[in-house]
Design a protein around this ligand. Structure first.
Ligand SMILES: *Cc1c(COP(=O)(O)O)cnc(C)c1O
Length: 381
């Protein structure tokens, strides 16, 4: 089977993990800070906090921004459930902003209209989470400017987008946001098996995320109440979690970082080939903004008869998938008052979406197999 996505593991990656297994530290050693420094340098951020998943990274980001009961978090329906769930973890209310019909990213016009209405009713959100769907950055200049106008904090869900660029600068530099979050799940651009990371330029936010990712415990005397009892002393100053990344995960991530640009270049090459190979077919391809160099986590196509084409592609041995079922239609969120019709662009996109295979290790020959299977499936209709 040709999957829709998969990891690329080299002998160097394996050796790096084995080295850690033979070392003194499996957790809380030197490699996690090395991995954090490598990502911070790559994206041009002052701080990087590695954690055990992007979900945890989004959660510590929300906690660092003081999201709590009585607050609101807005994200898009076209995302993985985690982007919304972190709001619920914090006791906040979750709402959504619809996407554009061509890029499938948060629509700045929809955001502006919703912000104006929310201001009039005193229901502005505290935190906004735009999602760089499929690896393409949202229109962060406009989203960031709107957030500033309305006094809202921004967390970029860049789970799909490490290695991507926006206006010739790396995604994750937080030029238009407070915090950006990456995922290192095996289907994403680089992997640590499970793992995630949050970047920020803000010293205070970085300090707060570090507290929350390890039990709310600190050994830094300037964060303590009163004097230290001695060199053994630590204090718990807030409620945190154990969201730490292990040394094995960080070693894998650090080794993968050296191939990040190659992975993204190959994904772009494959995407350009799909654009060309699918051009004469009854298939909608994802639009790209001139501001964006996508990391191409996904290549989502639009087809008229999605259910049948999806089944035919699965039957022909392709591990196609659908990203995403609109979050507001999940029973958990429907029970909170959302229904079909609330976000029509995300719903219309979902109704026709299929994610076709795209990963750095996909061969040109396998890509042709995919395209021919799509041609056959469409011809049957
Ligand atoms: C994968 C993903 C997440 C969650 O990542 P984990 O590392 O699996 O927790 C969050 N948001 C989006 C958009 C994702 O694709």
């Amino acid at each position: 089977m040709i999957p829709y996505g998969r990891q690329d593991i080299s002998d160097d990656d394996i050796a790096a993990v084995v080295d850690v297994l033979r070392s003194d530290f499996l957790t809380q050693g030197p490699v996690v800070p090395q991995f954090e420094a490598a990502v911070a340098t790559y994206v041009g951020a002052a701080h990087a906090c590695a954690v055990n998943s992007a979900t945890s990274a989004l959660h510590v980001a929300c906690m660092a921004l003081d999201l709590g009961p009585g607050d609101r978090l807005w994200t898009v329906p076209n995302t993985f459930v985690a982007s919304a769930n972190v709001g619920i973890y914090c006791g906040a209310e979750v709402d959504f902003v619809d996407i554009t019909a061509d890029t499938y990213l948060m629509c700045p016009d929809a955001l502006e209209a919703k912000l104006r209405a929310a201001k009039a009713t005193g229901t502005l959100p505290k935190v906004l989470i735009p999602v760089h769907f499929a690896g393409q950055s949202c229109d962060m200049a406009r989203i960031g400017a709107l957030a500033k106008d309305y006094g809202i904090r921004v967390i970029e869900d860049a789970s799909h987008a490490i290695g991507a660029r926006y206006r010739d600068a790396p995604v994750g530099n937080c030029a238009h946001s407070d915090i950006a979050v990456f995922s290192f799940h095996p289907v994403k651009i680089i992997t640590t098996a499970e793992g995630g990371l949050a970047t920020t330029q803000d010293d205070h936010l970085a300090q707060r995320m570090r507290l929350h990712l390890s039990h709310g415990v600190t050994r830094e005397t300037d964060l303590m109440q009163g004097p230290s009892d001695g060199p053994w002393y630590y204090q718990q100053v807030t409620l945190g979690y154990n969201y730490r990344m292990t040394e094995m995960q960080a070693a894998l991530g650090l080794s993968q970082m050296s191939r990040l640009d190659d992975f993204v270049a190959r994904r772009n090459q494959l995407a350009a080939q799909y654009d060309a190979l699918l051009t004469d077919l009854e298939v909608g391809c994802p639009a790209q903004s001139a501001d964006s160099y996508s990391a191409y986590h996904l290549y989502p196509i639009q087809v008229a008869d999605r259910a049948r084409v999806f089944s035919d592609l699965r039957d022909s041995g392709l591990g196609v998938n659908v990203h995403y079922i609109p979050v507001h239609l999940q029973p958990f969120y429907a029970a909170r008052g959302f229904a079909r019709g609330d976000f029509p662009k995300a719903e219309a996109y979902y109704d026709h979406a299929i994610s076709i295979p795209l990963y750095a290790g996909l061969s040109d020959a396998d890509q042709l197999t995919v395209v021919n299977a799509i041609k056959d499936a469409l011809a049957k209709g």
